[in-house]
Design a protein around this ligand. Structure first.
Ligand code: HT7
Ligand code: ZN
Length: 844
């Protein structure tokens, strides 16, 4: 397969003035008739008229009305064309029903739908399927279905047909079509300039009672984007459609967002608080793409972070405004460390703006999305809020309608602020997580912090240059008063010192407040100081971070030296949990422990080989010790934070439920699950029911609940996904692979539905002690299923290969077992390009 390089970018030889498409829908023989007006692109050097096209049967082709016979290749067609404007027409046949890859036009439970990002449009018709080719689309859909949708505004419709026109030029990846027997949840929104917008969420019959929350989230997002970014919606209608079979979370097609049903359907009975929060964030994310992604798109796929990093940053700001900003920041950092730091530390590490790829679908990664968002956050910290706002306004003014680059983005900031951002640009080109070590000195009232930055080598990048790092620091005096409020230090050198004068006593530093840069802070400190910061830091992130560091070091001590649980941690945590003045959601987060994966990486950083079983055991021991240490407090917390009011998925109620359920998990270790059984029996919402189910499984008392849960929810596919996952993540590590294998034989298991596949095999991959079982049975099971899924759905298969990305961390026996599975996958001649690229990168 061919490697594509950023440095090879060339504009397309032609401009597309308009696109007319007609779809005659039929499950195995849909006809797509296209009429595309081209003219030569004066900015391009080449006039090679090559249109992408895959898995298409060409029926007919015409140039300016005359029949032509283009040269057909496995990836498209080529034709000699005039050096003047012309119209090219084709008719092709495609088969949505047999399209299990869920890319292009496919069918899901009788519904036609599309997924074109990144390169799916070429499976619909012949087209220059690249994001810098933008055009106005008019679409006619013919099909015996009551609902026929496409992008833009409706033009006309009749029995069995509908026409849509999208006035905003767009790349083909934002094209969408939906056809089916759908019901809508309607509403309206009036924009700030008084324009009414029709809103709809379209679902399969039976799901119509699960749309209200998503609709509220959409309206809040529309209002927030007007208030905070000055961005108004630009069509008469905004449609959202829920689809069961979907490779990712959702897709921002212009005016017609398509959602994985798990990311839009919500009800208290069937969705947890976490589901509600995620749905709100994803609806916002897709809506915000209307400006950051659609009105201003990417010149090429290397610039993916231009739209994704910025849109993730914007959706995080939205959630922080709608809910609790500190809780959102802490949750984001937990995720960043779990997914992006893991990626940055392994064979799949790549820059936020990659410089080459084989299959672009493999680069929708935590690095592009989450680290991409961190870069925007750092820029904002460096230039300040007002300059950020000015720069964004300039970005929207200057680049509306453009397919832009990271250079364009940074130029806007340079022009708006007068700053030179050439060093900042290294964040986009250098992979790897910088390590930031710090030493301190105090003499004569001056306190000096000296930082050193270094980034370990990553694939094809052995040496890194120093980056600009915004380090937010505050200083406290020993009685807990803040003597220096948060100050942003701008580190630009490999080693750099910063002095604070006029301090009567040696202060306690709070470094990297708010996690001001995506780095690993390495600082030798004492447990006393951590406990002090956990009690006194005014920065909520660092307050939480101190508790997390205490827990982590205690656990590492337990794993490496067979030490007992750390009393300093237990005391400090108990004080936080007891303190009713603090936000319950924050206290629930403080009760969380570092993940098995975090601990494995921490051991690697200490030069050790992690033992997944020992890590799991240490976490179990610490949880048991915490339960015992807090045994008098837990019943009080559990009772006090029960919510009596009618269910609301808001920050306040969900924080209380999170704290009560964290207490329940510990209580279950003391009472053998008695309280959990009561909660399970009485639960009137999914948050309470699922938490109790998890506690029962973990206590070994889950048999009856497993049956009851299934009987109660067997009609609801999204709840049954939770049922699959919970049994696996709560299984004893010795059993996890066997439980997973048994569940793959359940009649409700299907690999054709990505949600179900992820709920099962993905759950095993997320359970390190079970997945890395010394027998290798976890590896073999996952490989078996990846091999089966690949011919059907390469995209989902390839994404799940990242379960193996940490393999070099482990002992020689485990490495050999994994290598055997990776090689077994690579031996398959017909392996997809997606999966081959991933496995080859991992295996190297
Ligand atoms: N821009 C979208 C990314 C995407 C995608 C979505 C669904 C299925 C396949 C996909 N490939 C790429 C989603 C987003 O970031 O908003
Ligand atoms: Zn996105």
């Amino acid at each position: 397969p061919q490697t594509i390089y950023l440095s090879d970018y060339q504009p397309f030889g032609f401009i597309v003035d308009s696109v007319h498409l007609t779809f005659r829908l039929a499950p195995t023989a849909t006809r797509v008739i296209s009429r595309i007006a081209f003219r030569p692109n004066p900015a391009a050097q080449s006039r090679d008229f090559f249109l992408h096209g895959e898995q298409l049967s060409l029926i007919d082709a015409k140039l300016d009305g005359a029949a032509v016979s283009p040269e057909l290749t496995p990836t498209g067609l080529r034709l000699d064309v005039p050096d003047a404007p012309f119209v090219f027409e084709t008719e092709v046949e495609i088969s949505p029903e047999t399209n299990t890859a869920l890319e292009g036009l496919y069918m899901s439970n009788g519904m036609y739908c599309t997924q074109c990002e990144a390169e799916g449009f070429r499976k619909i018709t012949y087209y220059p399927d690249r994001p810098d080719v933008m055009s106005v689309f008019t679409v006619r859909i013919e099909g015996d279905l009551p609902v026929l949708l496409s992008n833009g505004n409706p033009v006309a419709q009749g029995d069995g047909w509908a026409e849509w026109h999208d006035p905003w030029p767009k790349p083909a990846y934002l094209f969408a079509l939906v056809g089916g027997e759908l019901l809508n949840h309607p509403d309206t929104f009036t924009t700030k300039s008084g324009k009414p917008v029709e809103l709809n969420i379209w679902v399969r019959p039976g799901d119509e009672d699960k749309c209200a929350f998503g609709m509220e989230a959409l309206k809040k997002s529309m209002k927030w984007d007007e208030d905070v970014y000055g961005r108004e919606y630009d069509l008469d209608i905004f449609n959202i459609v829920a689809v069961d079979d979907f490779n990712m979370g959702a897709m921002e097609n212009k005016g017609l967002n398509i959602f994985n049903s798990s990311c839009v359907l919500a009800s208290p009975d069937t969705s947890t608080d976490m589901n509600f929060e995620r749905i709100e964030a994803i609806i916002a994310h897709e809506y915000f793409h209307n400006w950051t992604g659609n009105r201003i798109t990417c010149r090429d796929w290397f610039q993916l972070c231009l739209k994704e990093g910025l849109t993730v940053f914007r959706d995080s700001q939205f959630t922080a405004d709608m809910r609790s900003a500190p809780v959102k920041r802490i949750s984001d950092v937990i995720q960043l460390r779990a997914r992006q730091f893991r990626e940055d530390n392994g064979p799949l590490a790549h820059p936020v703006r990659p410089e080459s790829f084989v299959e672009i679908n493999n680069f929708y990664t935590a690095t592009v999305y989450e680290k991409g968002a961190e870069l925007i956050g750092m820029l904002k910290t460096l230039v300040g809020d007002e300059a950020y706002e000015n720069a964004l306004n300039l970005y929207f003014d200057r680049h509306d309608g453009d397919a832009a680059t990271i250079e364009d983005w940074l130029q806007v900031f340079e022009d708006a602020t007068g700053r030179d951002l050439s060093q900042f640009k290294r964040w986009y080109s250098q992979a790897g997580t910088p390590r930031l070590s710090v030493s301190e000195e105090y003499a004569d009232g001056t306190y000096t912090l000296t930082f050193r930055q270094s980034t370990p080598p990553t694939p094809s990048q052995p040496v890194k240059d120093p980056r600009v790092i915004p380090i937010a620091v505050g200083l406290l005096n020993p009685n807990g008063d803040e003597v220096v409020p948060t100050t942003v230090l701008e580190m630009t050198e490999a080693e750099q010192s910063f002095a604070f004068d006029g301090l009567a006593v040696r202060p306690v530093p709070s470094i990297l407040r708010g996690f001001s840069a995506p780095v690993i802070l390495q600082r030798d400190t004492t447990n006393e100081e951590r406990a002090f910061l956990l009690a006194h830091d005014t920065d909520p992130f660092n307050k939480w971070e101190s508790g997390r560091a205490l827990a982590r070091d205690g656990l590492l001590h337990m794993i490496r030296d067979s030490a007992a649980p750390d009393m300093a941690y237990l005391e400090a945590l108990t004080a936080v949990v007891r303190d009713d003045a603090q936000d319950p959601a924050f206290r629930a987060l403080a009760m969380g422990l570092p993940s098995q994966d975090d601990l494995a990486q921490a051991l690697v950083d200490l030069g050790e080989i992690p033992d997944p079983q020992a890590i799991w055991q240490a976490l179990e021991t610490l949880r048991q010790a915490t339960a015992q240490h807090m045994q008098d407090l837990l019943p009080r917390i559990y009772a006090q934070y029960q919510v009596d009011a009618p269910f609301q998925p808001d920050a306040e109620q969900s924080g209380a439920r999170a704290l009560a359920n964290a207490a329940l998990a510990l209580l279950s270790r003391l009472d053998g699950g008695a309280q959990a059984q009561k909660q399970y029996d009485a639960a009137d919402n999914m948050t309470q029911q699922l938490a109790a189910f998890g506690c029962l499984l973990s206590a070994g008392k889950g048999q009856a609940a497993t049956k009851a849960f299934y009987e109660r929810w067997k009609h609801d596919r999204l709840v049954i996904d939770k049922w699959f996952t919970m049994q696996i993540v709560q299984a004893d590590p010795d059993q996890a692979a066997d439980v997973t294998a048994a569940l793959t034989q359940h009649p409700d298991f299907t690999m054709k539905n990505p949600n179900r596949f992820r709920a099962t095999l993905g759950a095993l991959a997320m359970s390190p002690a079970g997945f890395h079982h010394a027998s290798g049975k976890g590896y073999a099971l996952l490989a078996d299923w990846l091999i089966q899924l690949d011919p059907l759905n390469p995209q989902t298969t390839a994404r799940m290969c990242s379960a193996f990305e940490t393999w070099r961390r482990y002992d020689a026996d485990r490495q050999a077992l994994i290598a055997t599975q990776l090689d077994r996958i690579l031996e398959i001649d017909t392996l997809s390009r997606d999966t081959r690229e991933m496995v080859e990168r991992i295996r190297k």
